[in-house]
Design a binder for this molecule. Structure first.
Ligand SMILES: [Mg+2]
Length: 288
């Protein structure tokens, strides 16, 4: 049977060279050429919403994906240019976790928390509710209270807390508990009937760690921070998945950053695709 690859990649600082590290010249064009092979099903896995994914595809001349897992896992689209179709089964799963509630009708349940300020409409969707929270307040008790309010309504949610350093403000995302990158990738795998070893995930940062350290074959791009590298190695070892994580590195061919790291991951996990890589001038040590 022909080799198949379900290539699932994070966007910012994994495929998009928008970090401090440099990108090997021409490497994204080679990545695109590889993605055009009929063997490859390309999936973008990202915190971005649809409009920002489309913007990145245009700005960075990225190949059109077959699927997009967007808004931190809360949306799954099948892309059939020029149309993005929301996958109905995924929407059903999100609805189940939230007991039929959507963002709009969760807002009134949280109205008594006056420290919460709704983010802009573009940052919300039916199953992602996002607020700004001042950094001056103690967030732990607030998050506990929000959680218990949601639980009273049987809403299964994950609260994701982060900080926008530039704006000096807290960000709170409320998502269905099953809206994770990993679960969405597994959902796609079953839907498209791929085996576990036919997946490759590529990531660079903390929000990729759950997939990087799982049994899903994964590559951590070389521009990842030392901290993420250490944490990924440690979590992977704890879960006995060391064989399933490849750490991209500088080679004679490229620096292992961004798209170069992804190509190394393909070389490492999919020897049957090496001839295609070599045809594009991408060649590594056979033992890589
Ligand atoms: Mg990233």
């Amino acid at each position: 049977m022909r080799e198949r690859l379900l290539l699932c990649t994070d966007m910012d600082r994994t495929l998009l060279p928008n970090g401090d590290a440099t990108e090997t010249p021409n490497i994204r064009a080679k990545f695109s050429a590889l993605c055009h092979l009929p063997e490859v099903t390309l999936v973008y896995v990202t915190g971005r919403h649809k409009a920002l994914v489309e913007e990145a595809i245009a700005d960075y001349r990225l190949p059109q994906p077959d699927y997009v897992i967007a808004d931190v896992g809360s949306k799954l689209y099948r892309v059939e240019m020029p149309t993005w179709h929301e996958v109905p089964e995924w929407l059903t799963e999100m609805n189940q976790a939230w007991q039929g509630y959507n963002s709009e009708n969760i807002i009134p349940l949280l109205s008594r928390f006056d420290q919460l300020e709704l983010q802009e409409p573009s940052k919300q969707n039916s199953h992602k509710l996002s607020y700004y929270v001042p950094l001056t307040i103690d967030q732990a008790p607030l998050l506990t209270q929000i959680s218990s309010t949601l639980k009273q309504h049987k809403i299964q949610a994950n609260l994701i807390w982060s900080i926008d350093e530039a704006l000096e403000i807290g960000l709170l995302d409320i998502l269905p508990s099953n809206a994770t990158k990993r679960h969405a990738i597994e959902h796609l795998r079953h839907r498209l009937d791929f085996t576990p070893s036919e997946i490759l995930f590529a990531g660079d940062s903390g929000n990729d760690l759950a997939v990087l350290s799982s049994s899903i074959p994964s590559v951590l791009v070389n521009n990842a921070s030392q901290e993420v590298r250490d944490e990924a190695s440690q979590l992977t070892a704890q879960a006995n998945n060391t064989e399933q994580l490849y750490l991209a590195q500088p080679t004679q061919n490229d620096n292992g950053n961004y798209a170069a790291g992804i190509l190394q991951g393909i070389w490492h996990f999919h020897p049957n695709l090496r001839l295609h890589l070599q045809a594009l001038g991408v060649e590594y040590d056979p033992e890589l």
